[in-house]
Design a protein around this ligand. Structure first.
Ligand SMILES: [Zn+2]
Ligand SMILES: [Zn+2]
Length: 383
């Protein structure tokens, strides 16, 4: 009897305990990325009720997180990214706080009723959600604690503690902290989001956070041929089993050999390709002019949007631009184009007039790389 209490009913080797812990924590990560994030929050995938009920139960059992809380806080993060209203921006709170106290920031925002009400549309409100997952939200982790002791004895307590720490460390601290601080960027998004690693396994593909901020409603996070998103692999497997359907993917802009003539098509293609358009301008217009001179300043500072620069960096950029009129002209055109493509005030029907005005200004400078860009700009097609 005492032996059963110490070792539980399934005594494993140390290796066995490690594999078990990695498996159960991985299932929690999969539930977060597939169900909470890509499914409910961004409606990028449709999950069969059988599977979504499993994910909801598993999250209750292993994390005590409510769907509505997680979804609302994350939607607010996208809406208010890198501002004082962003629930967990390293730019505002500092990287250490988001990394080490990410769970505290989550709990603070969870208690903000206005946030939860405003951002929790289409979250489950059925009986089991209200009575069990909300009404008894801590019962799940208590059951898990008892279950772990029955299964593995005293080692079960260690496994339970790791399970309790996994989400705050990897999801809250990792994605929200590191995913806005360390890594590479494929897209010049209006935030500090980064891809922490081209291979997304440990946090279910959420490592590719810059790709996600670029296309938040896309089901697949890997967008370059060398990137891997394990979450996407599971979506394909569940799709094959009839348990999941993909609703949206990131647009794939290509440049055709001919220009679009229909203004509606021009507007639609450019707006859907806006991140690729800015990258095109940065790499093929701005960079060659920068490279011709031997500037003693990182090109990254010119490639980034000015509101992402610190005061010191901004003054360095200003000093450089004062020395070169051509570079200054092209830099200013890039920023104007960025505003034009990201402005919430500009609607589809007046976009083309504003774009024509910008194009006229660009053409008036007689810069060859700019003229070539103007041709490409009207040749975008989204597949
Ligand atoms: Zn983010
Ligand atoms: Zn998101």
């Amino acid at each position: 009897m005492i032996e059963i209490f110490i070792n539980g009913i399934i005594p494993l080797t140390t290796f066995g305990y490690i594999i078990y812990t990695l498996a159960v924590t991985h299932i929690t990560i999969v539930a977060i990325t597939l169900y909470l994030h890509r499914g409910v929050c961004h409606s990028a995938i449709d999950i069969h009720p059988l599977l979504s009920h499993f994910f909801r139960f598993w999250l209750w059992l292993t994390t005590s997180m409510r769907t509505a809380d997680w979804v609302a806080i994350h939607r607010k993060h996208h809406a208010k990214v890198e501002t004082e209203h962003d629930p967990h921006s390293p730019a505002f709170f500092g990287i250490n706080k988001v990394l080490l106290q990410g769970a505290d920031l989550y709990h603070m925002e969870k208690n903000n009723k206005e946030t939860i009400e405003k951002y929790s549309q289409n979250c489950p409100t059925d009986w089991v959600e209200e009575k069990i997952y909300t009404g008894r939200n801590n019962l799940g982790i208590l059951i898990l604690f008892i279950l772990n002791i029955i299964l593995f004895g005293t080692v079960g307590i260690i496994i339970w503690s790791i399970q309790m720490m996994w989400t705050p460390i990897f999801a809250a601290g990792g994605i929200n902290g590191a995913g806005h601080y360390w890594g590479y960027r494929n897209y010049n998004t209006n935030d500090d989001s980064t891809n922490m690693s081209p291979v997304g396994i440990i946090i279910g593909g959420e490592e590719l956070h810059n790709n996600h901020h670029a296309y938040p409603t896309a089901a697949k996070f890997s967008l370059r041929p060398w990137e891997f998103d394990i979450g996407w692999m599971y979506i394909k497997v569940f799709g094959f089993l009839g348990l999941c359907k993909v609703k949206r993917l990131a647009p794939r802009p290509i440049i055709q050999n001919k220009q679009n003539t229909d203004s509606k098509l021009i507007t639609q293609s450019i707006l859907q390709s806006k991140l690729a358009v800015i990258t095109d301008f940065t790499q093929k217009v701005l960079k060659p002019i920068y490279k011709k001179e031997n500037f003693n300043l990182s090109f990254k500072l010119l490639a980034d949007h000015p509101n992402r620069l610190s005061e010191n960096q901004e003054s360095k950029v200003k000093d450089l631009l004062a020395k070169n009129i051509k570079l200054s002209t092209v830099y200013s055109l890039k920023n104007k184009l960025h505003e034009l493509l990201h402005s919430r005030e500009i609607k589809h029907d007046n976009f083309i007039q504003i774009l024509n005005k910008w194009s006229e200004e660009a053409r008036s400078h007689g810069i060859e790389a700019l003229d070539d860009f103007l041709v490409r700009l009207r040749s975008y097609k989204v597949t």
